[in-house]
Write a protein that binds this ligand. Structure first.
Ligand SMILES: [Zn+2]
Length: 453
């Protein structure tokens, strides 16, 4: 390390971990730096094996999707394994993910590791632990472009949308265009299939829930609803709770990194410490730190993938250092996932506002069904919304007031009532966004910011 580069701090020093955890971190780090081609340039930044492992992590850069693309699938495979051979032996697959900016990353997919990561996440929620056996029936409601069988013209039969123990409820990727007949079919299939777990994209399940409540339909309640694919809005959760009796848990992860956090039965999110390490990078106090910040994920035990300090692109809020009532104490505990860095907006004075902050403020607006905030200039915000028929005018006024509590009196807020809001491809809703994207690096507390190569 050169004389002028400041010592970087690690937030992990304030968390509790099981006895073998630092060693697992060290193994993951050594495998990356000394046996994986993509990390060659990082080696000179490593303070060395004699240093505490969390300090070694802190001295390194962040891994971005740009590097994942540049290294290619083979670049992140530890020495001794070959992608072509793994594919030929059908041990692995290649899975492409499309990022928010449309940039595609091709990942080596090793199903046994993914399954282990998912099973480890179930241990962090009492309902999941009791219900999810790995052979349980599961219904999935998400964009078929994320998982399932896409079909935008005509419809598929239930058999065509069933894969082993999984039933994919929708072949259509835009809930704003779902017909009543399609949603009736989903309800009938839930009642016939009786899934143990319903895994859903929250905005998709919220749309179905509004239909169920509006038509007063009977719907089977699974043992657990797992929300994933996108960050659930307060509104989505409320609409789902009106239609289903089941407990709800939010599961957080990424195609690149597996399962990273799971919501416990007390409503906080616990780190899946068996299969990953998480570095927390707090924002500066001006932008909501030190309890709000970004996260970098390092994975353990995947023989086909070395992933260290991967910038997963989300903003989280720590739980404020009070122990979770569920009794789990290990690793990072979050109060919330606050949305993606691309969902950040700024106050007219230039302070960062997370999607979670906007969402909680709008959560109390009665009659609001869906919304989207677009910051069009430094103090201009455009609010599009879907409202219950009877509440059109009150929603516009109440939402404007709620948004003023977030953005302050200088904010100019325009509103636009619409019939429906469609998700962006491949099927994810965007609740808030700034027209001119924010560089998330400038929001960080310097002491924790990743080193530059
Ligand atoms: Zn808990």
């Amino acid at each position: 390390m050169s004389m002028d580069s400041p010592v970087k701090h690690s937030f992990a020093l304030t968390s509790r971990y099981h006895a073998h955890y630092p060693q697992r971190c060290g193994e993951a780090l050594d495998e990356a730096l000394y046996s994986t081609d993509a990390y060659d340039a990082w080696r000179s930044l490593d303070p060395g094996r004699a240093s505490p492992v969390f300090s070694r992590f802190a001295a390194l850069p962040a891994l971005t999707k740009r590097e994942l693309r540049a290294g290619g699938p083979q670049g992140f495979v530890p020495h001794g394994r070959d992608v072509a051979e793994g594919l030929a032996a059908r041990e692995i697959e290649l899975v492409a993910t499309s990022g928010a900016t449309g940039d595609q990353v091709t990942n080596v997919w090793y199903q046994p590791w993914w399954n282990a990561s998912e099973a480890a996440s179930w241990q962090l929620n009492a309902h999941a632990r009791a219900a999810a056996t790995g052979s349980h029936r599961e219904a999935i409601l998400t964009s078929p472009r994320c998982a399932g069988f896409p079909c935008e013209e005509g419809y598929l039969t239930m058999e065509q949308r069933t894969l082993g123990r999984f039933l994919f409820l929708s072949e259509r990727s835009d809930p704003s265009s779902w017909s009543s007949e399609l949603m009736n079919r989903m309800v009938e299939e839930l009642n016939a299939f009786e899934p143990v777990v319903l895994e859903a994209n929250p905005s998709f399940l919220a749309r179905l829930s509004r239909h169920i409540v509006g038509r007063r339909l009977y719907v089977y309640s699974p043992a657990l609803i797992v929300l994933t694919y996108e960050n659930p809005s307060v509104l989505h959760r409320r609409q789902i709770r009106r239609a289903f009796d089941a407990p709800i848990a939010s599961s957080y992860g990424a195609t690149e990194a597996g399962y990273v956090f799971m919501e416990c039965e007390s409503g906080r999110l616990h780190q899946v410490t068996t299969t990953c390490h998480v570095d927390f990078l707090p924002f500066s106090s001006e932008h909501g730190g030190p309890d709000v910040g970004r996260i970098l994920v390092t994975i353990f035990g995947n023989p086909w993938r070395s992933l260290v300090r991967f910038d997963i692109g989300d903003v989280v809020q720590l739980d404020g250092h009070t122990p979770c009532p569920c009794g789990r104490r290990e690793g990072l505990t979050l109060m919330s996932v606050e949305g993606r860095t691309m969902n950040l907006t700024l106050t007219p004075e230039g302070r960062a506002v997370t999607q979670g902050t906007v969402d909680r403020a709008l959560g109390s607006v009665a009659g609001l069904l869906e919304y989207q905030i677009l910051q069009t200039a430094s103090s201009s915000y455009h609010f599009r919304f879907v409202a219950e028929e009877a509440a059109m005018q009150s929603v516009a006024n109440e939402a404007r007031d709620a948004l003023r509590t977030v953005y302050g009196p200088a904010a100019i807020i325009t509103t636009d009532r619409v019939e429906a809001i469609a998700p962006a491809p491949p099927g994810k809703y965007c609740l808030s966004k700034r027209l001119e994207p924010i560089d998330p690096d400038v929001l960080l507390d310097d002491q924790f910011a990743p080193s530059e190569l």
